[in-house]
Every structure is written in C-alpha cells, then in structure tokens.
Design a binder for this molecule. Structure first.
Ligand SMILES: [Zn+2]
Length: 489
C-alpha cells in the first residue's frame, strides 16, 4: 500500500502498529525522524520533542489523512520534510480505520465534495472516538493511549474538518480547553504557539483563528465561541496529561484540495515551531509534570465557563451556495468565496468555576475492579489496601444528577453531591489513588464525584447505600476524599 511504498523509499520513515481496530484492521503508525528511530520505545529515548499527528479520528473528515499521506510522499519522493527534522513524529494517518472503510456518498453530504464520498464519523461500534478519551470504552482509544504513553508524546495534533458555522477562515484551531490544564502548557499555547502559527499561516496565505461557532446563528455579530471544555475530547484530555495539544479544523465548505492544503500547511508549520522551540516545549512539560505532583491543598476547578478573550475581533462572516449532488440529490454547500469581517466578542477559552482543594488521595470503596481497569488505561498509579483502617474522610453524598452536555449516544448526567466529613472504616481491597503524581490533574477530573467526565458520570463507579453515622440511609458515590491534615489513621 501507499504507506509501505513511502517507508521503503525513505531512510527516515518506519512503519509501526498501534494495535488492531474493533474489526481487526491494523492501526498504522509511521515514525518519522532524522536520524530514524525504529520503535515507540526508541522514540521515547530521543532527546527531541515527540509529536503525535492523529488523522481521521472522524473518518468523514479525511483532510488530515490526505495531508499526512502527502507529507509522507514529500518526505520519501520529493524535497523531504525538513521542517520535521527537529522532532520525532508519529503519524497516524487513519486512526478510525473501520469508519474509513464505511465510505459512502451520503456521509457529510453538505460539504464541498469529494462527491465520491468519505468515511463514517463513528467507529465500527457506532461510537464517536473523540468523546471516548475519559470513559475509554473503545479498543482504538485504549491502543492510542498506550502508544502515546509509550512514546511519551510532548505534543498531540488532532486533525479535523468543521461543518459548523459559515465563516471566512481557511482553518481554525484550539489548544487544551480545560482551565485545570497545567499553567506552563496553557501559557505557552495561548501566548506563543497558537499566535505564532496564525502568523506563519498568514504568511502562506491562509487565514486562521481560534475554532468556534456563532453564539447565535441568527445573528453572528453577537459573537464567536469555542466548543466544550470537557476532556472526553482528545485535545483537552491530553492537555490534562501535561502534553501540548493542537486541534486543527479545516473548513468543510472550501474545495477539497484547499482543505487538504490548509491542513498540510498547518501540520508543517506546527512541526517547524516545535522543532525550533524544542527545549522550551520539553521544559514546560517537565515543569507541568513536576508541579502537578504537589497540588494537594491547592484548588482546581471542577467546572468551567466561557472566558471572553477578544472584545471586538473582526471575524469574517461567510456564506455558501448550494448545489444538489447529481447522484444522491443531497444538497452540497460550497463557500461563496465572499466573507465580511464583523467586529464581535470572542470566547475562545474557559475560566474555572466550582473550585475545590485537591485531596492527598482518593479511596474507591466499591466498583474497585471497574475503577482499576480505567485507571490502568490512563496510567494513573494506585495501591490496593490490604488491611482495614479507620480514617477521617470526605464522603460525596449524592443529591441528584445534573443535565450534562450532549456526548455520543446519551446525555451525560454528572452527579450533584455535597461532601460531609466523617470518620469511617475503609475495607481491605479499597483502591487508594494518591494525588502526588504527574497525572494528578487527570486523576482529579476522573475521581471527583461531580465532574462532567469522571468515573461517576460515565457509570464506571455507581452510587451505593452508605448509611450516615446516625444510621440514616443515603446514596453516596463510593470515591472518598482523604486529606492528611484532617488526621489520618
Ligand atoms: Zn471532527
């Protein structure tokens, strides 16, 4: 196949496998380094920054796949991908390979071709892989997280194509959106990485800006806002793991070749930036990891609200013309090529709300095996307690459920809880998850009882009846908080 032809022709490319998809297709990866590296373990050992370039997670959005294949061809047969010389890159051209092979002319019928059709958004089990990062239901997600950890990616790029609001940009982007992301990652992403990429893309003739949609589709002048801050999305998930992340969204209503060209230019510029800023990128990750282990007693947000990042940004309001597909009759929308800049407020990021101190540890006292399986996939360390012990703990008492945001096949309905301080006997077998690890930010989001994407929200851990000290019945999410200052043992 095409990838093997490129690999055979280039001294810098190596084919690796991330595993198998649900239906047994190979999850192809191509390592690119100069000098070459042969495996994910060798990649990890390199002093250069490691970049994962993920394409086709939504297999209807094929522009990333096409752009990556062009980059491999360029490296093997054309002028060489010299921008990437300062990095070790793992290209994953066709992550959702099962969705890709469900190609149909009826997928994404509104976009401006290719009329021959594209793959399906969801995987073989009809699940959206870009909502799966926290619940880790899908075999593809588990393979990807294992590979990312194995190479210890410094940066994850996720390539998409948006068919949202009609705008005048060639490509839109985002970094990690959770306000709980480590400050060095957020600071560099917002302050330098994304502005530098915007300027570099402008020099190449591509208009880019923060990803968003009209706050009010009937009146674009009311503003442009980002999407959701939840770590079920890859770019926000990997941010909570102290990795840099870059979301790329080509524009559905541009011609197909233009969408590929903008995506390819964005990947080239991103790799160049990371290579030129290698020391700073790696050092920021190290700092983020080190300080994330000392969060106990500091507050982190459990929720987020839109942050106004621009007061009057001239956002180009675009328009499309509609042309019926001669075969399906479905109406395709082609960018008119005309857009009008309208000054408007922009909400590109999120501020944290509902802050809570990070405990020293969480203790899972029911559904331990289910919780352990999820923690293993995420690489979060824990210990299984072997003896009973009486401890001062905070117990999350369930008050009800909140309406959550739309995510895949059902509404996520996170818990509403109140915490009560109690002295309780912890049974042997309970899982103790310390917060003193580099993945504390991710652990906080998984283990706090009322976050949007935690073990409770996704039903890995279910409420139990745990009577109060006065014997009164009540429902509790069995993930207790322990703070040593409260007096342990
Ligand atoms: Zn997408």
């Amino acid at each position: 196949m095409f990838v093997d032809t490129c690999v055979a022709a280039s001294t810098r490319l190596r084919r690796v496998s991330l595993g198998k998809t649900t239906e047994g297709r190979d999850m192809i990866g191509v390592l690119r380094a100069n000098p070459p590296v042969n495996s994910l373990d060798d990649a990890r050992a390199s002093p250069e920054p490691k970049v994962l370039v993920l394409a086709n997670i939504h297999a209807g959005e094929v522009e990333g796949k096409e752009a990556v294949l062009e980059l491999l061809r360029r490296d093997a047969f054309e002028d060489g991908l010299s921008e990437a010389d300062g990095c070790v890159v793992l290209f994953v051209p066709n992550y959702n390979a099962d969705g890709n092979d469900r190609m149909s002319r009826r997928e994404r019928p509104d976009q401006a071709g290719p009329v021959e059709g594209v793959g399906r958004r969801r995987n073989a089990r009809d699940r959206d892989l870009n909502r799966d990062y926290m619940r880790v239901w899908e075999t593809e997600t588990r393979a990807l997280l294992a590979a990312t950890a194995r190479m210890d990616a410094d940066v994850v790029m996720d390539l998409h194509t948006t068919n949202g609001s009609f705008h005048g940009y060639d490509l839109t982007y985002a970094g990690p959106l959770s306000p709980a992301t480590a400050p060095p990652i957020l600071g560099i992403t917002r302050g330098r990485l994304l502005p530098d990429l915007r300027a570099a893309m402008a020099r190449r003739g591509f208009a880019t800006f923060d990803y968003g949609n009209w706050r009010d589709p009937k009146d674009p002048s009311k503003g442009w806002e980002s999407f959701e801050p939840h770590p079920r999305f890859g770019t926000t998930y990997f941010g909570l793991c102290n990795r840099f992340t870059i979301l790329s969204e080509a524009y559905s209503h541009d011609p197909f070749d233009k969408r590929i060209a903008s995506t390819r230019a964005f990947v080239e510029e991103s790799l160049g930036w990371i290579g030129r800023n290698a020391a700073e990128t790696i050092e920021a990750r190290r700092t983020a990891a080190r300080f994330s282990g000392f969060l106990a007693g500091q507050s982190l947000p459990t929720r987020a609200t839109f942050a106004r990042t621009h007061e009057a940004e001239p956002v180009p309001v675009g328009s499309v013309r509609e042309i019926a597909d001669p075969v399906t009759g479905l109406v395709r929308q082609w960018d008119s090529g005309v857009s009008t800049p309208v000054p408007m407020p922009v909400w590109a990021w999120f501020d944290g709300t509902d802050e809570r101190p990070v405990p020293d540890a969480w203790i899972v006292v029911a559904d331990m095996d289910a919780a352990a399986a999820v923690l293993d996939v995420h690489g979060i360390p824990y210990v299984r307690r072997t003896t009973a012990e009486t401890l001062d703990v905070e117990v999350p008492v369930v008050e009800g459920r909140r309406e959550g945001s739309w995510a895949d096949i059902r509404k996520v309905r996170p818990f509403k809880v109140t915490h009560t301080k109690e002295r309780r006997t912890i049974p042997p077998g309970a899982l103790e998850v310390p917060s003193t690890t580099p993945l504390a930010r991710l652990a906080f989001h998984l283990l706090e009882a009322d976050t949007d994407d935690g073990l409770g929200a996704w039903d890995h851990v279910r409420p139990v009846n745990l009577p109060a000290e006065d014997g009164k019945e009540r429902s509790v999410l069995p993930i207790l908080r322990i703070t040593k200052a409260d007096g342990r043992g």
